[in-house]
Design a protein around this ligand. Structure first.
Ligand code: DMJ
Length: 649
């Protein structure tokens, strides 16, 4: 199916990037042409002007002289032409060739201004090409492989080309400032290392996908040790839908087409319409997966599925401001709820607002924003912070609760910021709510190591009444580093970027000390006698009585490292993510796919689970860590909590 044409964008940032790259490719090609035996001159307005005296003009003048010296017919028989006609024919052919180069600049020259060509453009080109031709030249460099195919658009046409451009933000627009680091041109050495890592991650994803395909096709999860499958997220094919956009981003076009065919012909949400499915998981994994992949591919069936699913999800509201935690596809199988988990009601805003933007039906956006308005109208003993559970009553006051940024609350804070971004900063209330929360987290929850290190920090859990903090942190809470970092950039809060770095390093610490290189599900540190401090004692870290030692392939630490890398450009974050990937390879990879661990201090303790977020988030963040930074740029996309990129329009 031909993808829909992306909507017109006044900004067209990726077009700018592409044109710059294409210009570079043109320049490079022209330079190569002028130093080789092939003599086609460029007539493109982008190509440098070729004066009659230039090297490239020489052969043309030679041809002209030949014609003038010998105007006789050159080919005998029925189709004979004279030299003048031959000259005109040649000119037409050259013109056609040039036109083709203009239309397909990237394909023509092998890459869109890859870093390699940027490096070359900085040195003397004629000298460079002479050195390149002569391997014995004293300055000859070892052969450098050209950029790997998955990062170039060689020969891509139709939907594959559309996807290639779309993941690079074609069609995105926003009036918010750019927050990504302005990455300089890459050295050859850096490119080689980065691409080797990128390929390793991509190979890892392919391994997991093959395992899913062989053992669990169409089911929710593959069992990575025993083989077989598990249907624990509605039985609708959670891994399939959660992985769709990762397939697109990594350039697995055939695999994506196969999965899309399954969606078209086999996917069904109505087989057991009275089953109660989890609202939160269905929104972030299925609805997020459909919307994002539609944004990246323009495949209409995905929007159709998103709309159908969105309609069913409205059943969760039952006349209330907040949706139930569980919902049935069949409207009459739902009852009004009375007690709501904040993360469940506060993690639909991106998906519902995007669904309204795409479907033209305002109801989803209205429902989603109403939740934030109601939550934002409450007062709290910890301003901006909320308990895990709330009731659906107006004018509430949150008192006597324990505040944390881990499970049951986490993505509510994430979505305050991200909904503000998606709505292009047009709803200041969401920024205000995010900043209130950020201020209180900093004031009440940040704990620092007793040894005075400024390298890392953790987010403890605080009682709203007496403000007592406990040094307990879940892996889930590690996402907050990324939110602090993005908020710091948008709202000019430099201290928050410092804190974001420290939290990410606090999370990474758990990985570094575990023995397997993978971080535990939760860590209970030892309180120091100094207020707000904890003792970062590695022995206590992994005391089974104090911590949850399992690692279920969660993404949050890698996610924050990725955001920090894209915002600061610091390679240390790439290196840390690479270490984590190697640990995954060593301790979690199985002959079938990847498995979580029951104990991060024990490499062989596989739990025989691979949740769909491993392919949706963990592997995607790792891949994006080593892709070029124009792929899913934070200036073009906002990612839902399951790492599904939503284009900003
Ligand atoms: C994912 O499903 C989402 O990131 C969610 O917000 C939290 N838990 C998992 C990953 O750990």
């Amino acid at each position: 199916m031909e993808p829909r044409t992306p909507s017109q964008s006044p900004r067209q940032s990726s077009y700018v990037v592409d044109i710059e790259k294409a210009d570079d490719a043109f320049g490079e090609a022209n330079r190569q042409t002028s130093s080789s035996a092939h003599t086609t001159p460029f007539t493109s307005p982008r190509a440098p002007f070729v004066s009659p005296g230039s090297a490239a003009a020489g052969p043309l003048i030679g041809l002209k002289n030949l014609i003038e010296r010998n105007p006789a017919t050159v080919v005998s028989g029925r189709y004979s032409i004279n030299l003048r006609q031959l000259f005109v024919l040649l000119l037409i052919l050259m013109g056609l060739t040039t036109m083709w180069f203009i239309v397909n600049p990237a394909e023509s020259f092998g890459g869109e201004g890859e870093p390699e060509s940027l490096v070359q453009s900085a040195v003397g080109v004629s000298d460079q090409s002479r050195v390149a031709r002569d391997p014995h030249h004293p300055h000859a460099k070892p052969h450098v492989p050209s950029p790997i195919v998955l990062e170039a658009s060689h020969g891509l046409t139709g939907s594959a080309k559309y996807r290639f451009e779309r993941i690079r933000g074609k069609g995105a627009r926003t009036s918010l400032k750019k927050i990504q680091f302005q990455f300089p041109a890459e050295t050859e050495k850096a490119r080689l290392e980065r691409e080797a890592r990128l390929k390793a991650v991509r190979d890892g994803f392919e391994h997991a996908w093959k395992g899913y395909k062989t053992h669990a096709w169409g089911h929710d999860e593959v069992l990575p040790v025993s083989g077989g499958f598990k249907d624990n997220f509605n039985g609708w094919g959670a891994t399939m839908i959660d992985s769709l956009d990762t397939l697109v981003i990594m350039g697995f076009n055939d695999e994506f087409d196969e999965a899309l065919e399954w969606v078209k012909t086999k996917f069904s949400m109505t087989r057991n319409p009275t089953d109660q499915v989890q609202f939160f998981e269905t929104i972030i994994r299925y609805l997020g997966g459909f919307l994002s992949t539609y944004d990246l591919t323009g495949e209409k069936v995905l929007l159709d599925k998103a709309e159908e699913l969105g309609g069913y999800m409205l059943n969760a509201f039952q006349g209330k401001n907040f949706p139930n935690g569980r919902v049935a596809v069949q409207a009459t199988a739902n009852m009004p709820g009375y007690n709501f988990v904040v993360a469940e009601i506060g993690t639909i805003q991106l998906e519902f607002s995007r669904l309204s933007q795409l479907s033209g039906k305002p109801i989803y956006d209205e429902k989603a924003r109403k939740i934030f308005e109601v939550l934002g109208s409450a007062t709290s003993e910890l301003p901006g912070l909320v308990p895990a559970y709330v009731q659906d009553a107006e004018g509430r006051h949150y008192s006597n609760f324990k505040a944390a940024v881990g499970g049951m609350v986490d993505s509510y804070y994430e979505y305050l910021l991200k909904e503000w971004i998606l709505l292009d900063g047009k709803v200041p209330k969401f920024r205000e709510m995010f900043e209130h929360a950020a201020d209180s987290i900093k004031k009440y929850m940040v704990m620092r190591p007793e040894n005075g290190s400024q390298e890392y920090a953790i987010l403890g859990q605080v009682y709203s009444v007496n403000k007592k903090i406990e040094p307990d942190m879940e892996h889930l809470a590690c996402f907050m580093s990324g939110s602090f970092a993005m908020g710091a950039k948008y709202f000019d809060r430099p201290d928050d970027l410092v804190l974001a770095r420290q939290i990410a390093q606090g999370c990474y610490l758990g990985y570094r000390h575990s023995g397997t290189g993978l971080g535990p599900e939760a860590t209970q540190f030892t309180s120091s006698t100094y207020p707000g401090k904890f003792i970062p004692d590695a022995d206590k870290f992994f005391n089974p009585l104090l911590s949850r030692k399992d690692y279920i392939l969660r993404p949050e630490t890698i996610e924050s490292l990725w955001i920090l890398y894209r915002l600061t450009g610091e390679k240390k974050y790439q290196d840390q993510a690479w270490e984590i990937f190697q640990s995954l390879e060593k301790s979690c990879r199985t002959p079938i796919a990847y498995s979580g661990l029951r104990d991060v201090t024990s490499p062989g303790s596989h739990d025989n689970r691979m949740e769909s977020f491993f392919m949706a988030e963990t592997m995607k963040y790792l891949y994006l860590m080593f892709s070029t930074p124009d792929v899913i740029s934070l200036d073009d996309f906002v990612l839902n909590t399951e790492a599904h990129p939503i284009i900003r329009i």
